[in-house]
Structures are given as structure tokens and as C-alpha cells.
Design a protein around this ligand. Sequence first.
Ligand SMILES: [Ca+2]
Ligand SMILES: [Ca+2]
Length: 228
Amino acid sequence: MTCCDRLQTVHPIASGWTKSKAVFAIILVIGVAMAGAVDAQNLYCCTANTAAPAGSAPVLYNLPNGGGAALTQARSVSGIVDATITLYLRTDDCVPVVNFTATDMWLEKEVVASTGNFAACLSGTTADANTDAVGVTTWTAPLRAGGWSTSRTLVVVAGAALIASAPLDLRHNSADLNGDGVANLADIPLFAGDYLGPYAFRSDLWFDGAVDLSDIPRLAGGIGAVCQ
Ligand SMILES: [Ca+2]
Ligand SMILES: [Ca+2]
């Protein structure tokens, strides 16, 4: 049976429905289709935040294969901090956008000179799920990304960053220090140089404000991770 055959089989009028029922069914189908295609427009009413306490300056450890830390397990200098991101997706009339596609909502690094080489794998920073019945989605699962960032994190919807709320205070690092999408032997000399030199955020993989022995297990454990 082809798709066209199927359409003919369930055609409401051909199966004996009244015209009013058929019109209702058509309106229903169109309505469902529109619900999935709602445009977030100019994002004037969309906001996002993190669960992290103000001033905690969380850092998220990422790997290209998704083997890094969940956002609930980000770190501040004083320990683990929940940096879960929540997005409230609204139309320009501030109406919740329901069931908006997860892959059209993602995180990026705020572009600021000399603040890192953070690089996401394909669809590696998309939301956990489509927006729910009140237009809300979250980021909690580990990202698939490499490189590092000391600038803020942008929440992007259909290619546009939010304008109604500021970029989020969330930094990133990874055993993929050079941000080429794979953690391998090429990243080790960068870490070794940082280990012996002045403090370098990118190599503070177990973030605590120092590059020391505590960071080596994350480097060793990350070697071999590639973008998935
Ligand atoms: Ca690398
Ligand atoms: Ca450290």
C-alpha cells in the first residue's frame, strides 16, 4: 500500500461521513500540523535560566561522545553545582509554544575574542526534548562537544539567540582541548604545557581552580572520545 492508497482508504467522505464531519476532520488535521510548525518569531518573550546559584560560575565538562558531565553535575570551585538550563519558549504575544522540535533549540558559545575554541558535534547541544504543554524544555543530559569556553552560553532557537534574557553564566572545558571533535594524543601536549605552566582554565578538567593531579583522570578517561 502506498501513502496515496492509504489516504484514499481513509478519505472521510468516501467512507460515508457527512460533509460537516469531513470538514471538522480536515480542520483538525490542519490544526495538528500547525501546532508542530509554530514559529518562535522574534523571541521577544522567550527566557532561559540555569539552576545554578547566582555567582557560582559553573563549569561543564564535556566530551565529544557525550561521556562528559550532565548539567546537573557541573562544578564550581567549591564543588558540584546543578547548572540545568530551562527555556520558556513563547511567541511574540507571549503564548507558550508547545511541542517545538528539540533539535531546533541548542546551546552555543557566546562569541568573544580569546575565550576558547568550544565546538559542538552535530546536534550535540540540542535540548533534552520538545517543549512541553506549557512551552518549556530543559538541558540536563551531557552535551556532545569539545574545546573550551570562558564566555557565556547562548540559548539559540531556530538559529537566533534569545534577546529577552542575558546569555547564561556557564563555561565549558573538555579533554578535547584543541576542539577538533576528538580527544586523542594530540591534546596531551596542550595539557602537559598547562600542567607545568601558569594556570590555564582549559586544562582544569576537574574544575577547582587549579591544574594538578586531580585533572589527569578526566584527561586519561576522555582519550578516545570522538563526535557521535
Ligand atoms: Ca582534540
Ligand atoms: Ca583541577
